[in-house]
Ligand binder design. Structure first.
Ligand code: SAM
Length: 270
């Protein structure tokens, strides 16, 4: 261990795990195995890293804070299965670490300020990922695992469930961290589907229609989708235009996206 005392930085979302019981429970949920390709986002001072390395898995870590690099190196540089990448996980090309489809296992006690964009970034690589285990703010996990009909059901739930099976594993209180965050946390498991259960003709159209629908979640679909789909198109997708977006399940959003794909040129990027 280095003598250097690292002061947690708020702007990097640093809340370090110190509760060995919680660390152990997370490691048991991940169940890393020798030879697997693991990626840890935000290793911090190595609370989870140590157990991940002990499994014999091949571990790549991605850490943004330059000050943590020497601490991590002093603890783990001697381990042949430890590989460090200094940089921003939001910009990191995870494809460079993959060894074919569904080869990567991604884990992390994520910085809460970037967790949603990071999950969207990882979804771009969903076909390369076997599973993901994340510590997130509990409310975010509830949105990820939400079902249609409630206030938690929204763009994050739909786009993540399009690509992944979601399991809310267990909750973690603020006392497990130093410094303690002001919010409750939870561990979630995301398992990318081999084939999406409701495949869209063009997933970009799903993103467009879901964004538009939840832009004003209190309004009816006929209103929120006005710029994208006519009332006739909505009906042709088998969707009642007087419903509000939170009442629609994933399959219905995919049908709307497929209507949109019929009229949108394939190279549309908006
Ligand atoms: N894994 C450690 C633990 O459980 O104690 C640290 C978790 S702490 C909540 C989040 C970590 O992510 C910090 O080490 C922070 O420096 C790092 N981090 C923040 N933003 C990042 C980014 N954009 N890319 C990579 N790492 C980042």
């Amino acid at each position: 261990m280095s003598d250097y005392q690292h002061r947690a930085r708020k702007r990097f979302g640093q809340n370090f795990l110190h509760d060995m019981g919680v660390i152990d429970r997370i490691l048991r949920a991940i169940r890393p195995r020798a030879g697997e390709r693991l990626v840890e986002i935000g290793p911090g001072q190595g609370a989870l890293t140590e157990g991940l390395l002990d499994s014999g898995a091949n571990l790549e870590v991605v850490e943004l804070d330059l000050d943590l690099i020497p601490i991590l190196n002093s603890r783990f540089a001697g381990r042949p299965n430890f590989h460090i990448n200094q940089g921003d996980a939001l910009k990191f090309d995870f494809a460079t670490l993959a060894d074919g489809p569904h080869s990567l296992r991604v884990v992390g006690n994520l910085p809460y300020n970037i967790s949603t964009p990071l999950i969207f970034h990882l979804l771009d690589h969903a076909h390369l990922i076997r599973d993901m285990h994340f510590m997130l703010q509990k409310e975010v996990v509830e949105r990820l695992a939400a079902e249609p009909g409630g206030g938690d059901w929204g763009r994050l739930s739909i786009m993540v469930q399009y690509h992944c099976r979601v399991e809310h594993l267990f909750n973690v209180g603020p006392g497990a961290f130093n410094p303690a965050p002001k919010v409750d946390s939870a561990i979630v498991r995301l398992v990318p589907h081999e084939t999406p259960p409701h495949p869209a003709q063009d997933p970009r159209q799903l993103d467009r229609v879901v964004r538009a629908a939840f832009n004003m979640r209190r309004k009816t679909l006929r209103n929120t989708l006005k710029g994208l789909l006519s009332a006739e198109d909505i009906e042709a997708a088998g969707v009642e235009g007087s419903l509000r977006p939170e009442q629609l399940d994933l399959a219905a959003f995919v049908r709307l996206a497929d209507r949109l794909a019929l009229q949108a040129p394939r190279d549309e990027t908006s």
